[in-house]
Design a protein around this ligand. Sequence first.
Ligand code: CAA
Length: 295
Amino acid sequence: MRGMTTSQAPVARSVSTIGVIGLGTMGAGIAEVFARNGYAVVGVEKDEEGLARGREHLEHSTARAVQREKMTEAEQAELLGRITFTTALKDLTDADLVVEAVVESLETKKAIFRELDSIVSPQTVLATNTSSLSVTEISTANSHPGRVIGVHFFNPAPVQDLVEIVRTVVTEDQVLADTKALVEALGKNPVVCGDKAGFIANTLLFGYLNHAVSMYEGRYASREDIDAAMRYGCGYPMGPLALLDLIGLDTAYEILETMYRQGRDRLHAPAPILKQMVTAGWLGRKTGRGFYTYE
Ligand code: CAA
């Protein structure tokens, strides 16, 4: 197995090539994490525009590391050189692990897992980065559901140390063990949980985020004061509204909606203004406007 960190745990499967499907905020971040650790990455997007966006994201993120003297220009070039970009899923033939990170649509994800059947080898582990959809349902689209697992990175993926590993009732023990070892080899902390919308972190986090939106919507306090309260009072790295802008309001809405549908807990009933902002195209940082505006 290839990798540059020294803390690599033994992995039964030999993993050297990683496929990442979807190069949005999360997918591009995940591709960067693997490339930083020496893996060859095949990044797949549905069209040239998506590829260009993904490439730009990666260039920007690594340029920032160069600017901060965390990486030399030569290392940046090497890292980017490990990533190939394609619009064809069939280019994943040699992937030892595929991480799917496309939009939170069950149908889209199932179609991809179905198509992967005829492309990758039966030993290839198929991971989904879904935040709230059922990994079990996604796995049913593949003829080897035992090799399907949830691998949930946090935003920004190159920075956040947590990866939630979601095992379904049919995930094979060896697939779980190999995935856990691989995540550790990336220098991340894996936690393992069952297949329930929101997993561990989002179940706890999104009730809080939703409550902050309701507080803002009810004009109880300004966005700055809501965020300042949690940053300075509770030591959070960013306030809830700024965090929602980072996550993306469309993603946040989908996560809340799915958790609400599954649990019917009012805590997760999306605050109405969230939907309105999504409809208006105010999706947060990625569109330049959310609760705050961005250059
Ligand atoms: N990509 C790559 N690196 C990034 C980055 C990005 N998008 N954003 C920040 N960084 C890096 C910086 O380069 C910097 O690296 P070094 O320390 O090596 O120099 C480091 O992170 C700190 O960045 P900054 O100094 O610019 O800013 P900061 O100290 O304010 O940190 C932050 C920014 C990392 C985003 C921090 O505010 C934070 O951790 N916020 C909370 C994020 C969080 O809660 N994420 C989880 C969201 S929930 C989720 O993702 C689950 C889901 O399903 C939606």
